[in-house]
Design a protein around this ligand. Structure first.
Ligand code: CA
Length: 431
């Protein structure tokens, strides 16, 4: 009994009363960073490897201070979830254009739902926004993006999903740490085992927290004594605010990005994804705000970076540090843009001045061929893997410069065909 109580104290000590939380007491420990996925392991007999993993996991969990009997019981009936291994191995075949992605995520329906949620929840959202410094429209936007305002939280058994990912081995350390955190949540009594539903990757509740982020950052905002990110929208939003303010270092009173217009002639597109500078430096380069709103002094003092998410012909943005704060949630420019743009619209700000260009979707074969072509032409896009990352975009910029093209590093379908032709790679149809 005493052991059990000590264990509960060690895991449940982070629960705070809502008043205490709103008053600013309590200081959750920092969470571990999420490691990148490694290369896939060789194929194995999955059931046998799952059983072998289970034996080793129990010892590793006990070594981390979890109670052997309860861990053994919790993983005893688990089996590998093939839906999780399928989802984990999936590579996107066709790249989706930014315009298509944002049409789906920042839809008129979602904007109006977000506005309704913001109006209905104002009495409890505003105190959270004031305490954390994260604007209510950002919190509502994250909520909309993560679970469609609490409606779609995922139906995967989080403990089984994480056990599957751990047994599979590609992200064992990450998955095991999350699994141990999930078990702590259950053992502490903060949530029932059957409440731990979420995505295939183990993200839980209305704001899709990992179990470790739950332990470190979830708060009891509605004051019922539990941090219920599944059933309580207040707890979920409060937790998202705490996460963004504390883990992601959201800067109070500052924006996340602003659309800008670039000079029509002679602009060096190579400045995109390059060094960050204060707003005045950008205006010296001829960059202008896309709307007639002036920049606040605090935004103008920050180092802002230029991004061209759909190349030189699409909308351009100067991103502020809070763009990176959003990416602590999901480390993708596309995601941060969707959250920020949805928040702007929920708050009643104007839509973008420049439209997203219509684009031909690019197949994985073509993405790999583009990288192979860059290699053959003497540029360095990294190993051809079909992922158009920073290094590939830098190599694309160099190639564009060598051809006298706008050096935005953005390879459209047409540019990929030109690249393949120049490299002597036969242009193969992608569809
Ligand atoms: Ca609560």
């Amino acid at each position: 009994m005493i052991d059990r109580r000590l264990f509960l104290l060690s895991t449940a000590g982070l629960v705070g009363a809502p008043d205490a939380w709103l008053a600013g007491s309590g200081s959750p420990p920092p969470a571990e960073p999420v490691p990148a996925a490694g290369p896939p392991p060789p194929p194995l007999d999955l059931t046998a490897s799952f059983d072998a993993w289970r034996v080793g996991f129990i010892d590793r969990a006990v070594a981390k201070g979890l109670p052997r009997e309860e861990v053994t019981l919790a993983v005893a009936g688990l089996t590998l979830d093939p839906r999780v291994t399928n989802a984990d191995g999936k590579q996107p075949e066709l790249s989706r254009s930014m315009g298509d992605y944002l049409a789906g995520t920042v839809s008129a329906a979602r904007i109006s739902q977000g506005q309704a949620q913001l109006a209905q929840g104002a009495s409890w959202m505003q105190p959270i926004a004031e305490k954390t410094g994260v604007p209510a429209e950002i919190l509502v936007s994250v909520w909309g993006m993560e679970s469609n305002f609490g409606k779609i939280q995922g139906d995967y058994d989080v403990i089984r999903s994480l056990a599957t990912l751990a047994a599979e081995g590609r992200r064992r350390d990450f998955a095991e740490a999350q699994l141990m955190a999930a078990l702590k949540i259950v053992f502490s009594g903060e949530a029932r085992r059957d409440q731990l539903k979420g995505s295939w990757a183990g993200a839980m509740g209305q704001t899709q927290f990992t179990p470790e982020d739950y332990l470190a950052w979830a708060v009891d905002a509605d004051g019922d004594g539990k941090r219920d990110i599944w059933g309580s929208s207040q707890d979920a939003i409060g937790s998202a605010g705490q996460f963004l303010a504390r883990k992601a270092a959201w800067r109070r009173g500052e924006g996340w990005a602003r659309e800008v217009v670039l000079p029509a002639q002679g602009f060096d597109y190579g400045l995109a994804e390059g060094e960050r500078h204060p707003y005045a430096w950008w205006t010296d380069q001829g960059v202008q705000p896309a709307d007639d709103q002036t920049w606040s002094a605090s935004d103008a003092a920050e180092a802002a970076g230029l991004i061209l998410p759909a190349g030189w012909s699409g909308p351009a943005f100067l991103i502020l540090p809070n763009h990176m704060a959003i990416r602590a949630y999901n480390n993708a420019t596309t995601y941060a843009l969707a959250v920020g743009l949805l928040a702007d619209r929920i708050a009643g700000r104007a839509p973008l001045v420049r439209a997203w260009p219509a684009e031909t979707p690019i197949g994985r074969d073509d993405r790999i061929a583009a990288q192979a072509a860059l290699v053959r032409l003497g540029f360095d896009p990294g190993t051809p893997d079909g992922v158009m990352g920073l290094r590939t975009r830098a190599a694309a910029r160099e190639w564009q410069r060598s051809r006298g093209l706008p050096a935005d590093g953005y390879l459209t379908y047409g540019l990929i065909q030109a690249l393949k032709l120049q490299a002597g790679l036969s242009p193969a149809p992608t569809l």
